[in-house]
Design a protein. Structure first.
Length: 413
């Protein structure tokens, strides 16, 4: 569950009483001197207190903000990592790190690595599906390379399903083309491709053959998958989903249906959490669009007996500054030195708070956790040693965590 734009950890999961105490005062230079800053360069830095209230929830006493009342209901299901750090302070390179483990473009995405390692249980749907939704200030673009296969074979790339209209193009045959005729065409092209590939032995030709065959199967499987009108009314109400509306809620319900059908990796992007100003207004908008649906997905999976082997990850590419930025109402700038994510299901120990930032939420100071560590933990929970899931390319063995990463055992049940 990818909260694209960088949700503020200081308005979600990281409660800092000192932040309110120093609200409006100059930001101590001991925190910021020599540190990378995005849009606040050259400006007077002032402390911005929390823009909402925090309460402790569940038997675990997890601190969760009032922007997330539905998250509060599942406080004991999630493990919150409050000591995240990343390498990049601007959106596109930070997205690249979060998705591929490095800021270097052209590397395989996490979903592609996982499908490469585990394969897919679905024979009529892609093993890696991406969906996007939007509610907020600005629908920032997300590059397709965030779900790209990089140097892995093309069959491991993510497939984007559109949230409104036909989920993928060309689902319907042209007039006069029957399903039988389409099948004969696909079979004939496949035979010609295999005949040619006996000579050239190309992995990409094999990928094209598989893509033609998968596309034909998807013509039958995708319309039924994406049609939420067959879901009982109480399920639609549970998610707050309206069939065909393209919302995060509908995407969450579709994600459950994809998981039931054996799709290995499902990534839901929700834009836009980039709140440089009017943070309260747009936090209400984004949380209103995602909070309940996230809870609904967790509880639905749990009720169906699927949560124990379905891993859920929630977070964005970075956090927000403890300093004030004003464009309209109070906001916060990009921040890479400390932010929050959470994990649930799939072997995670719920109700855990792991790591901490300093008293103003600036630096991760306890159990500092890099994105490579999260990737290592995800792969561990899926049955891999992250140092051994490799692919040889350009003369070296590459992996999702490159030469970094440690499993965070404290969040594992």
């Amino acid at each position: 569950l990818y909260m694209s734009g960088g949700p503020s950890h200081l308005e979600t999961f990281d409660y800092k009483p000192k932040l309110n105490e120093l609200d409006g005062q100059p930001m101590p230079e001991s925190f910021t001197q020599g540190q990378p800053i995005a849009q606040l360069q050259g400006q007077t830095l002032k402390v911005q207190g929390h823009l909402t209230q925090f309460q402790q929830h569940g038997q675990s006493g997890q601190w969760i903000s009032d922007f997330l009342p539905w998250h509060a209901k599942m406080a004991d299901e999630i493990a919150i990592v409050r000591s995240m750090v990343t390498d990049q302070i601007n959106h596109d390179p930070a997205h690249t790190v979060m998705n591929t483990g490095t800021a270097i473009s052209g590397r395989p995405s996490m979903g592609s690595w996982i499908q490469y390692g585990l394969g897919s249980e679905a024979d009529d749907l892609p093993g890696f599906v991406v969906m996007t939704s939007f509610a907020g200030r600005n629908p920032q673009p997300i590059s397709q390379r965030m779900w790209g296969n990089g140097f892995l074979p093309g069959r491991f790339q993510g497939v984007e399903f559109r949230s409104t209209g036909d989920p993928v193009l060309y689902l319907q045959n042209p007039p006069g083309v029957s399903a039988n005729l389409q099948q004969k065409l696909v079979d004939t092209v496949g035979q010609l491709d295999r005949h040619r590939n006996n000579v050239i032995q190309s992995a990409e030709v094999e990928t094209r053959i598989a893509q033609y065959e998968m596309a034909f199967k998807m013509q039958a499987s995708v319309p039924d998958l994406i049609d939420l009108r067959g879901e009982p009314a109480h399920v639609l109400e549970h998610y707050g989903a309206v069939p065909g509306d393209g919302s995060f809620a509908s995407n969450c319900l579709t994600a459950r249906r994809l998981a039931e059908r054996g799709v290995r990796f499902i990534q839901l992007y929700h834009r836009d959490w980039d709140h440089h100003g009017d943070l309260v207004k747009y936090m209400n908008t984004c949380c209103g669009a995602t909070d309940r649906a996230t809870w609904a997905l967790i509880t639905d999976l749990k009720q169906r007996g699927m949560l124990h082997d379905t891993l859920i990850i929630w977070g964005g590419e970075f956090g927000r500054t403890p300093m004030f930025q004003g464009k309209g109402g109070p906001g916060r700038d990009h921040h890479m030195k400390g932010f929050s994510m959470w994990l649930a299901g799939g072997g995670i120990r719920g109700g855990v708070g792991y790591g901490a930032t300093d008293e103003l939420g600036y630096h991760a100071v306890e159990n500092r956790t890099h994105i490579n560590d999260v990737h290592a933990t995800i792969l561990h929970l899926l049955g891999f040693d992250h140092e051994r899931l490799t692919f040889r390319y350009a003369g070296r063995d590459f992996r999702l965590t490159d030469v970094h990463g440690h499993v965070v055992h404290d969040v594992i049940g």
